[in-house]
Write a protein that binds this ligand. Structure first.
Ligand code: ZN
Length: 266
C-alpha cells in the first residue's frame, strides 16, 4: 500500500515536472530531455544523408536563404545554436525539420513550392514542429503508454541497471518515433506558428494557402508521407485563412522594418 502511494506521489510530481505548455498554450507531456531529443535529431539527419544524395550550389543557397530568414525569427536560440540545411535529390515532395537544428528539403518539394514565399510556408511549418517540441511530446506519450510507470520511475531518476534498461528502451522507442507523422493537433499548431514565423520574416503569408492547394493537387491519390495525417485540405485552408487576420499585419510590419528576403533558385 505504501509502495503504491509512493508511486502515485512519484507519478504526480513527475507529471507536474514534465508537463509544459506549447507556444500556443496547449498542455503537453515532455519526458525526454532536449539534449536527448537533439541527439536523436542529429542521428536521423545523418541517416538521411547516408540514404539520399544531397544537392549543393544555387539550389542549396536558395533553401538556406529561406531557412535562415525563418529561423532568425524564432523566439529563442535555445532550440539550436545554428541550423544545418540540406537539399536531398529525391522526387517526393518532402521536407522536415528535426530537434537540434536540422532542416531537410527534397528537390521534389521545390518543384511544387515554386517561389520563396511558398517554400517559406513549408519551412515555417516544419520548424514550428521543432519550436513546439512536438517530437518530444509524441515520444513521451508513446513511451508513457508502453512502459507506464516504469518510464515515470526512470525519469524520476532511478539509477543502476534498471534505470539503464529503461532509458535504453526509451531511446530505441524514441528513435523510431521521431519521424512518424504528427497528429492533427500538432499539424494545426504548426500551421498557426508557421504562418507567424514566415510573416515575421517578411514572406507573404498568403502563399501558404496557395502552397497547400498545390500540395493537395500534386498529392492526388497518394499524398506524400508527411501529409498523410495532416488535416484535410479544407480544414487546413480554413485554419490558415483564420490566421491571416493576424499574419498580414505582422507581414506588413516586417516589410516596413526592412525584412525583404530575396531568395531565388537560380
Ligand atoms: Zn506537419
Amino acid at each position: 500500500m505504501r509502495w503504491i502511494q509512493g508511486m502515485a506521489v512519484g507519478a504526480l510530481s513527475l507529471a507536474l515536472a514534465a508537463c509544459s505548455s506549447s507556444p500556443t498554450g496547449r498542455q503537453q507531456l515532455t519526458l525526454v530531455s532536449d539534449q536527448q531529443l537533439n541527439q536523436m535529431g542529429a542521428q536521423t539527419f545523418e541517416q538521411y544523408q547516408q540514404k539520399l544524395p544531397t544537392v549543393g550550389g544555387a539550389t542549396l543557397n536558395y533553401v538556406q536563404c529561406v531557412s535562415n530568414a525563418i529561423v532568425a525569427e524564432l523566439p529563442s536560440s535555445d532550440l539550436a545554436p545554428n541550423w544545418e540545411v540540406k537539399v536531398f535529390d529525391d522526387p517526393s515532395a518532402n521536407a522536415f525539420a528535426l530537434p537540434g537544428g536540422y532542416i531537410g528539403v527534397n528537390t521534389g518539394l521545390l518543384d511544387i513550392a515554386s517561389n520563396q514565399d511558398q517554400l517559406a510556408a513549408v519551412i515555417g511549418h516544419e520548424v514550428s514542429h521543432v519550436l513546439a517540441r512536438h517530437a518530444n511530446e509524441r515520444v513521451s506519450t508513446q513511451q508513457a503508454t508502453q512502459l507506464g510507470l516504469s518510464v515515470i520511475q526512470s525519469a524520476a531518476g532511478i539509477q543502476g541497471p534498471q534505470g539503464d534498461a529503461i532509458m535504453g528502451a526509451l531511446g530505441a522507442g524514441a528513435q523510431y518515433g521521431i519521424m512518424l507523422p504528427f497528429s492533427r493537433s500538432h499539424e494545426s499548431e504548426a500551421d498557426k506558428l508557421g504562418i507567424q514565423l514566415m510573416a515575421d520574416a517578411g514572406f507573404d503569408p498568403r502563399a501558404s494557402v496557395t502552397l497547400w492547394e498545390k500540395m493537395s493537387q500534386a498529392g492526388g491519390s497518394q499524398p506524400p508521407v508527411w501529409m498523410s495525417t495532416h488535416p484535410s485540405n479544407n480544414q487546413r485552408i480554413e485554419g490558415l485563412e483564420a490566421s491571416m487576420n493576424e499574419a498580414l499585419p505582422r507581414f506588413e510590419q516586417a516589410r516596413r522594418a526592412g525584412k525583404t528576403p530575396n531568395c531565388s533558385r537560380s
